[in-house]
Design a protein around this ligand. Sequence first.
Ligand code: THG
Length: 275
Amino acid sequence: MIIIGERINSTRKPITAALEARDADHILNEARRQWEAGAAYLDVNTAMMRSAEAEVMTWVIELIQDELPEALVAIDSANPAAVEAGFKAHKGRPLLNSINGEKERMDALMPLIREYNPRVIGLTIDDGGISQDADNRYRIGAELIELLLENKISLDDIFVDPLIFPVSAELQAGNVSLAIIRRLQQNYPGVHTVCGLSNISFGLPERKLINQVYMILAMGHGLDAAIIDPLDRRMMASIITTTTLLGQDRVCRNFLKAYRGGEFNLDPVPATAAE
Ligand code: THG
């Protein structure tokens, strides 16, 4: 499982404050803990910085890679100037989070993708908006894959995000995304699928439980990357265990290593735990 650490996100209040103050210690602490917990990429979302987005993106990427030279960043921005600034600052290959099927966004980002050769997340949304229909979202994902392949991006560098909606609002939301993941894996073996899971549990109690169980289901359908909080030890334990049960952990090596490392020594959940 390719873990993308979600914590450096300007929609979180402590992060907004740290980014505004250019608080290097705070950002580095978030980066280091996620990296040590096993994140392959650190997502950096600077949306709330508005006109300073490009400058802040550059600052964060240089800060992280000076301290953690092996770490890679998922550049999470809808702003082409911030994306380009991120590509310029980044050493090694970043993950662009994200493109989608909207023509205007594609026209702005494809030249940058060709120039900087990042790995790319494609969201299953286009100029028709967000669809609740599995066939529609699958089709958008398939078209994005075809377009990226035509532009010499290899399948192993493409991550399709089926998008996740609250099951509390739409009964079939969970099933729709699972179906998209399975169909993408069947028709484009080797492509990656990725999602940020937390929308699934919106509007319900016990959100962490719901997110964890949905993660297991999604992995069962072929999900192989996720934007999550790697400091959530229960989520990480369940990902390790699921990977082993799906036959992706030769001689159960990683499971046993995690066991010996104490990664399954989880605090008991209080009976009345809220949220
Ligand atoms: N797909 C893609 N990119 C994405 C998303 C996606 N980027 C943003 C988002 N969704 C994933 N990242 C986050 C980051 C923070 C939170 C949720 C998703 C978040 N944090 C809360 C907080 O800090 O207050 C709650 C944290 C908690 O309860 O643990 O909500 O879907 N491609």
